[in-house]
Design a protein around this ligand. Structure first.
Ligand SMILES: Cc1cc2nc3c(=O)[nH]c(=O)nc-3n(C[C@H](O)[C@H](O)[C@H](O)COP(=O)(O)O)c2cc1C
Length: 147
Protein backbone atom coordinates (compact mmCIF):
# COMPACT_ATOMS: atom_id res chain seq x y z
CA UNK A 1 0.00 0.00 0.00
CA UNK A 2 1.43 3.38 -1.01
CA UNK A 3 1.18 6.04 1.69
CA UNK A 4 1.96 9.74 2.09
CA UNK A 5 1.89 12.34 4.83
CA UNK A 6 0.76 15.72 3.50
CA UNK A 7 0.98 18.75 5.75
CA UNK A 8 0.86 22.49 5.91
CA UNK A 9 2.77 24.30 8.65
CA UNK A 10 3.22 28.02 9.23
CA UNK A 11 5.41 28.07 12.34
CA UNK A 12 6.85 24.54 12.34
CA UNK A 13 4.77 22.58 14.87
CA UNK A 14 2.79 20.53 12.36
CA UNK A 15 5.96 19.99 10.31
CA UNK A 16 7.79 18.77 13.42
CA UNK A 17 5.09 16.18 14.22
CA UNK A 18 4.84 15.14 10.56
CA UNK A 19 8.58 14.53 10.47
CA UNK A 20 8.44 12.50 13.71
CA UNK A 21 5.61 10.41 12.31
CA UNK A 22 7.60 9.87 9.15
CA UNK A 23 10.63 8.65 11.10
CA UNK A 24 8.43 5.72 12.04
CA UNK A 25 6.49 5.35 8.79
CA UNK A 26 9.17 6.16 6.22
CA UNK A 27 6.68 7.16 3.52
CA UNK A 28 6.47 10.19 1.22
CA UNK A 29 6.40 13.42 3.25
CA UNK A 30 4.87 16.23 1.19
CA UNK A 31 4.36 19.88 2.08
CA UNK A 32 1.60 22.19 0.89
CA UNK A 33 2.94 25.69 0.22
CA UNK A 34 1.31 28.97 -0.71
CA UNK A 35 2.77 32.08 -2.27
CA UNK A 36 2.18 33.87 1.06
CA UNK A 37 1.87 32.41 4.57
CA UNK A 38 -0.41 35.27 5.61
CA UNK A 39 -3.23 33.43 7.42
CA UNK A 40 -5.76 36.14 6.51
CA UNK A 41 -5.69 35.65 2.74
CA UNK A 42 -9.11 34.26 1.88
CA UNK A 43 -8.15 32.46 -1.33
CA UNK A 44 -4.47 31.66 -0.99
CA UNK A 45 -2.50 30.95 -4.15
CA UNK A 46 -0.96 27.50 -3.70
CA UNK A 47 2.51 27.01 -5.17
CA UNK A 48 3.15 23.44 -3.95
CA UNK A 49 0.18 21.15 -4.46
CA UNK A 50 1.07 17.53 -3.61
CA UNK A 51 -0.48 15.07 -6.07
CA UNK A 52 -2.43 12.33 -4.24
CA UNK A 53 -3.40 10.16 -7.20
CA UNK A 54 -0.81 7.40 -6.72
CA UNK A 55 -1.47 6.86 -2.98
CA UNK A 56 -3.86 4.42 -1.29
CA UNK A 57 -3.54 5.94 2.18
CA UNK A 58 -3.06 9.60 3.07
CA UNK A 59 -2.37 11.41 6.33
CA UNK A 60 -3.31 15.10 6.23
CA UNK A 61 -2.02 17.48 8.91
CA UNK A 62 -2.76 21.13 9.58
CA UNK A 63 -2.64 23.85 12.21
CA UNK A 64 -5.82 25.54 13.51
CA UNK A 65 -6.20 29.23 12.61
CA UNK A 66 -8.96 31.41 14.06
CA UNK A 67 -10.94 28.42 15.47
CA UNK A 68 -11.02 26.85 12.01
CA UNK A 69 -9.04 24.86 9.51
CA UNK A 70 -6.36 27.22 8.19
CA UNK A 71 -7.17 28.67 4.80
CA UNK A 72 -4.17 27.20 3.00
CA UNK A 73 -5.03 23.61 3.98
CA UNK A 74 -8.69 24.35 3.31
CA UNK A 75 -7.83 25.44 -0.24
CA UNK A 76 -5.59 22.44 -0.76
CA UNK A 77 -8.17 19.89 0.44
CA UNK A 78 -10.94 21.50 -1.58
CA UNK A 79 -8.98 21.29 -4.84
CA UNK A 80 -8.27 17.55 -4.46
CA UNK A 81 -9.74 15.15 -7.01
CA UNK A 82 -12.16 12.36 -6.10
CA UNK A 83 -10.64 10.15 -3.37
CA UNK A 84 -12.76 7.03 -3.83
CA UNK A 85 -10.93 3.93 -2.62
CA UNK A 86 -8.46 5.89 -0.49
CA UNK A 87 -8.26 5.83 3.31
CA UNK A 88 -7.25 8.84 5.34
CA UNK A 89 -6.01 9.69 8.83
CA UNK A 90 -5.90 13.27 10.11
CA UNK A 91 -4.19 15.30 12.77
CA UNK A 92 -4.16 18.94 13.70
CA UNK A 93 -1.99 20.99 16.03
CA UNK A 94 -3.41 23.88 18.02
CA UNK A 95 -2.45 26.12 20.90
CA UNK A 96 -5.52 27.11 22.88
CA UNK A 97 -6.23 25.04 26.00
CA UNK A 98 -9.50 23.38 25.02
CA UNK A 99 -10.38 21.19 22.07
CA UNK A 100 -13.57 23.18 21.53
CA UNK A 101 -11.43 26.25 20.81
CA UNK A 102 -10.83 25.14 17.28
CA UNK A 103 -9.31 21.67 17.41
CA UNK A 104 -12.49 19.58 17.18
CA UNK A 105 -14.09 21.89 14.68
CA UNK A 106 -11.04 21.80 12.43
CA UNK A 107 -10.96 18.00 12.41
CA UNK A 108 -14.68 17.96 11.57
CA UNK A 109 -14.12 20.41 8.73
CA UNK A 110 -11.30 18.32 7.27
CA UNK A 111 -13.37 15.13 7.61
CA UNK A 112 -16.33 16.70 5.85
CA UNK A 113 -14.30 17.95 2.88
CA UNK A 114 -12.60 14.56 2.48
CA UNK A 115 -15.78 12.51 2.87
CA UNK A 116 -17.45 14.69 0.26
CA UNK A 117 -14.62 13.52 -2.01
CA UNK A 118 -15.44 9.90 -1.11
CA UNK A 119 -12.41 9.22 1.07
CA UNK A 120 -12.79 6.93 4.08
CA UNK A 121 -11.65 8.92 7.12
CA UNK A 122 -10.38 6.71 9.94
CA UNK A 123 -8.25 8.14 12.76
CA UNK A 124 -8.27 11.78 13.87
CA UNK A 125 -5.99 13.37 16.48
CA UNK A 126 -5.94 16.81 18.03
CA UNK A 127 -2.53 17.84 19.42
CA UNK A 128 -2.62 20.66 21.94
CA UNK A 129 0.79 22.32 21.86
CA UNK A 130 0.41 23.74 25.39
CA UNK A 131 -0.66 20.49 27.00
CA UNK A 132 1.61 18.60 29.41
CA UNK A 133 0.39 15.45 27.70
CA UNK A 134 1.54 16.64 24.27
CA UNK A 135 4.43 14.18 23.90
CA UNK A 136 2.25 11.29 25.02
CA UNK A 137 -0.51 12.24 22.57
CA UNK A 138 2.08 12.46 19.77
CA UNK A 139 3.72 9.13 20.60
CA UNK A 140 0.35 7.35 20.90
CA UNK A 141 -0.69 8.80 17.57
CA UNK A 142 2.54 7.72 15.90
CA UNK A 143 2.12 4.16 17.20
CA UNK A 144 -1.42 4.02 15.96
CA UNK A 145 -0.96 5.75 12.57
CA UNK A 146 2.19 3.79 11.70
CA UNK A 147 0.54 0.37 12.15
C1 LIG B 1 -3.16 33.21 12.74
C2 LIG B 1 -3.21 32.13 13.78
C3 LIG B 1 -4.44 31.77 14.33
C4 LIG B 1 -4.52 30.77 15.31
N1 LIG B 1 -5.73 30.42 15.82
C5 LIG B 1 -5.80 29.39 16.73
C6 LIG B 1 -7.09 28.97 17.22
O1 LIG B 1 -8.14 29.46 16.88
N2 LIG B 1 -7.10 27.93 18.14
C7 LIG B 1 -5.96 27.33 18.59
O2 LIG B 1 -6.06 26.42 19.41
N3 LIG B 1 -4.74 27.72 18.11
C8 LIG B 1 -4.64 28.72 17.19
N4 LIG B 1 -3.42 29.11 16.70
C9 LIG B 1 -2.21 28.39 17.15
C10 LIG B 1 -1.77 27.33 16.14
O3 LIG B 1 -2.84 26.52 15.72
C11 LIG B 1 -0.72 26.40 16.77
O4 LIG B 1 0.35 27.16 17.28
C12 LIG B 1 -0.22 25.37 15.77
O5 LIG B 1 0.48 24.35 16.44
C13 LIG B 1 0.68 26.01 14.73
O6 LIG B 1 1.07 25.03 13.80
P1 LIG B 1 2.27 25.30 12.79
O7 LIG B 1 3.50 25.62 13.63
O8 LIG B 1 2.44 24.01 12.07
O9 LIG B 1 1.89 26.43 11.91
C14 LIG B 1 -3.32 30.12 15.74
C15 LIG B 1 -2.08 30.49 15.19
C16 LIG B 1 -2.02 31.48 14.21
C17 LIG B 1 -0.68 31.86 13.63
Amino acid sequence: MKKAIIYYSKTGNTRDVSQKLNHKMNVDLLEVKAESDDPNILNPHLVEIPDVTSYNHLIFASPVHGFNLCKIMNSYLNQLPDLKGKTVDLFITHFFPFAWMGGNRTLKQMKKILENKNAIVNQMTSINWKSKKRDLVISNMIESYAK
